[in-house]
Design a protein around this ligand. Structure first.
Ligand code: DX5
Ligand code: ZN
Length: 217
């Protein structure tokens, strides 16, 4: 399948949010990646429902919300109501992950399981057939603009191998420090969705950055 590109809106200029959304709408990007941080699960606070709903009204690509929050179950319905189509929760934040995944799917969204860099791939063994996608964090979550942790490549390959029999349609999303240099390696390792913030929004031409990530340039 073609690689999907998901610009992380955390790196957008929020003073010109409508223009930044338009840029994504008229680019080769496939999803809007929305980072939700609560200041508890991660040492940073990002934005909440007023911003998610504003993006939802203007976006012409599906919304992919990445919840870096404790107790995500409390908000699953609200994200569905806000128009989110891909919803990921952290394995480290969920005591009853199987129940949370079913809850997300019952609301008509694709359910993702996100892993911090220190969490081994084997933790996914039982949940893999139930998840629609896995989000591999290739930086410690909380901030945009950090350097890619290179061991994430082996982790992606390991998850792809685990999924070969148990979850052949599994999507693997990678998030953190993704750029045009590591993108081809990530795709080769088995990633299907590339999230990128800094490498897109700090580029002199964000649309070209998206095309580069897609492999078109
Ligand atoms: C980090 C977020 C990422 C981040 C990616 O906690 O989950 O989505 O915004 O940004 P870059 O591509 O700049 O690392
Ligand atoms: Zn993210």
């Amino acid at each position: 399948m073609a690689t999907l590109i998901a610009p992380s809106m955390l790196s957008a200029d929020f003073g010109r949010l409508a223009e930044e959304i338009d840029m994504v709408n008229s680019s080769d990007a496939d999803l809007f990646h929305l980072d939700i941080m609560d200041g508890v699960f991660v040492p940073n606070i990002s934005y909440g429902f007023p911003v998610v709903k504003a993006i939802s009204r203007l976006a012409r690509r599906p919304l992919d919300a990445h919840l870096m929050i404790v107790d995500p179950d409390r908000y699953v319905e609200m994200f569905a109501d806000a128009g989110v189509k891909y919803l990921s929760v952290h394995i480290e934040a969920c005591t009853h992950l199987h129940r949370t995944i079913q809850n997300i799917k019952e609301r008509g969204m694709k359910a993702g399981v996100a892993l911090n860099p220190h969490t081994p791939a084997i933790m996914l063994k039982e949940i893999l057939p139930d998840a629609d996608f896995i989000l591999v964090m290739s930086v410690n979550p909380g901030f945009g603009g950090q350097s890619f942790i290179s061991s994430s490549l082996d982790k992606i390959a390991e998850i792809r191998e685990m999924a070969r029999i148990r979850a052949p349609h599994l999507l693997i999303e990678v998030d953190g420090g993704v750029n045009k240099e590591n993108a081809p390696l990530l795709v080769k390792a088995g990633a299907n969705i590339l999230v990128a913030g800094n490498s897109i929004f700090s580029h002199s031409s964000p649309k070209d950055a998206i095309r580069e990530l897609k492999g078109y340039i």
